[in-house]
Design a protein around this ligand. Structure first.
Ligand code: FES
Length: 112
């Protein structure tokens, strides 16, 4: 659970198209949020793959973005649409990432 009003990032920190993992709980290795940006649209998801629940980033902390439309899970290669979090291919095809409600004001992305 993310406290409403929690600052997740600034829009300018996310490449377009791109994705960014934000740690929200230093004590919880799984406590992170995936932010995506595509054509100016920002979305937020729990950073857990629908396949086996691993975080989506690679060992270097970065999230692979392919063809400007998809993120690719660093564990087994599932791909998800940047805008919707829908799985577009891989071992969890047809599933989706769990969205997080956000609000953007003055370039700041906050949980609601
Ligand atoms: S945990 Fe993501 S593809 Fe398996």
């Amino acid at each position: 659970m993310i406290a409403p009003g929690t600052l997740l990032a600034r829009v300018s920190e996310i490449a377009d198209p791109g994705a960014l993992v934000v740690k929200i709980d230093a004590a919880d290795v799984w406590g992170s949020v995936l932010l995506t940006r595509c054509s100016g649209e920002v979305a937020a998801f729990h950073n857990r793959c629908s396949h086996a629940g691993y975080p989506l980033q690679r060992a270097n902390g970065r999230v692979l973005v392919q063809h400007g439309r998809y993120i690719v899970c660093g564990a087994h290669g599932a791909s998800y649409e940047l805008r919707t979090g829908a799985c577009a291919g891989g071992p969890c095809n047809g599933a989706a990432l769990t969205p997080i409600a956000i609000a953007i004001e003055d370039g700041e992305i906050r949980a609601v």
